[in-house]
Design a protein. Structure first.
Length: 426
């Protein structure tokens, strides 16, 4: 199925209701790996940060990283989850060259956090609640580099190189319950959810959650139900999507692709798919396994994890102000509308503005600089505001001078996002 064979988005939504499930993997910012003492620092020579444990050599025994467990609990609490009083690790058995043990140490039917939710705000101010099924601990795999192919993937490659430095780095996988009722806004909900989740993770200080560095990756599961049906269709899973824009595009493409297949009388194959940044399309990867195919069984070399309730409550009390609460507080303090606050958020200007105010500037001047001249400069250089060679302290020092006389294009605030009519969240 090529891009030209897709059903139009409007036609797809006229006949079907989308059902999504989002699986987000977050690499934790611990100093050592999840089950051994190897460093997690980026940039080392390939295979330099390995040991018998993370390489799965005979006789090597794992030990759980306490900070990894603490970070998992913090994430669960921030997502309004219940924290398990007792849970354990399991072996997820499958073969792939970048996984030296031939199984992944993960959690299966006993995750550390479960039954939560995250409220996300869409561009027009509507709030949509995404329910969380679970957040569980596991380890990352190594990295494969395929040589000789045209696409950088294994198909067509002459050989592959393996780097196990990443194998064993702590991961938290956050899995939503089926997301229904979003209708034509499903891709927007997916993007907003991952964006809000990233802000939550960063606010907790447990990960930088840089999608461009692979520290946060999203698998987009999607199926379609005929209008009026309550039976979920067969799903596809688009793997390792690594930007907010791509999450939205992947969901939209799969809605159109599924609809075209179903309208033509075809059958959706349960499979993993690869996302292509250049044209926003997806292509088939492999047939998707079910849970029973992984032959999960309890990890015999690790004791169960039983977080003391006193420890959990101590972590709960130490949680920072969560991003959405903080944004609402700042919006009231700054006297801006929800639409203006959304523009500030989209520009990545919240933290620079806060830091500029803390350095002595008034709120209006700080917003004017970061959302005007500096936003224009960042856009021209294709960098984030925080990558500009100017600090909030610098902006605070010059904020008392007159606003630079430039063209209206240069000095006007960043354009607010397009709005849509509000509707009730499901």
């Amino acid at each position: 199925m090529t891009v030209t064979e897709l059903l139009s988005y409007e036609a797809a939504l006229a006949s079907f209701d989308p059902v999504m499930g989002l699986e987000v993997h977050v690499e934790l910012g611990t100093k050592t790996k999840m089950f051994c003492g190897c460093s997690t620092e980026l940039g080392a020579e390939p295979n330099a940060q390995t040991c018998p444990t993370c390489l799965g050599l005979p006789g090597a025994l794992p030990v759980v990283n306490e900070i990894g467990v603490e970070s998992a609990i913090k994430i669960g609490l921030a997502l309004h989850c219940e924290i398990a009083e007792w849970c354990r690790f399991a072996r997820k058995n499958y073969f792939y060259p970048d996984m030296p043990k031939n199984f992944q140490t993960s959690q299966y039917d006993e995750p550390i956090a479960f039954n939560g939710y995250l409220d996300v705000q869409l561009e027009d101010g509507e709030v949509f609640r995404v329910e969380i099924e679970r957040a569980h601990m596991e380890e990352d795999t190594g990295k494969s580099t395929h040589i000789g192919g045209a696409t950088g993937r294994i198909h067509g490659a002459s050989h592959s190189l393996l780097d196990y430095n990443r194998a064993g780095i702590p991961l938290i996988e956050i899995v939503t319950k089926p997301i229904v009722g979003a209708g034509d806004r499903a891709p927007e909900v997916a993007k907003a959810y991952v964006a809000e989740l990233r802000e939550v993770i960063r606010s907790l200080g447990v990960s930088e959650a840089r999608m461009d560095k692979g520290q946060m990756r999203c698998d987009v599961n999607l199926s379609l139900m005929p209008k009026g049906s309550e039976t979920f269709g067969t799903r596809s899973e688009t793997k390792n999507v690594n930007s907010l824009r791509s999450v939205e595009r992947a969901a939209r493409f799969e809605i159109q692709r599924h609809a075209a297949v179903l309208e033509s009388g075809g059958t959706i194959v349960q499979e993993t798919r690869h996302f292509h940044e250049d044209d926003g399309s997806t292509t088939s990867g492999r047939i998707k396994d079910n849970a029973e195919d992984y032959r999960y069984f309890p990890e015999p070399d690790l004791v169960p994890v039983a977080p003391a309730r006193e420890w959990v409550e101590e972590l709960r009390k130490g949680l920072p102000e969560l991003p959405r609460v903080r944004r609402n507080r700042l919006r009231e303090e700054w006297g801006v509308s929800e639409q203006e606050m959304q523009s500030i958020l989209n520009a990545g200007a919240v933290d620079p503005i806060v830091a500029t105010i803390e350095a002595g500037a008034d709120a209006a001047s700080a917003r004017k600089w970061w959302m005007g001249e500096l936003a224009r400069n960042a856009n021209e250089k294709a960098v984030s505001l925080e990558e500009l060679p100017i600090t909030p302290a610098d902006v605070a020092r010059v904020s008392t001078t007159s606003w630079p006389a430039r063209s209206s294009r240069a000095s006007s605030p960043a354009r607010a996002p397009r709005t849509r009519s509000s509707r009730s969240a499901v």
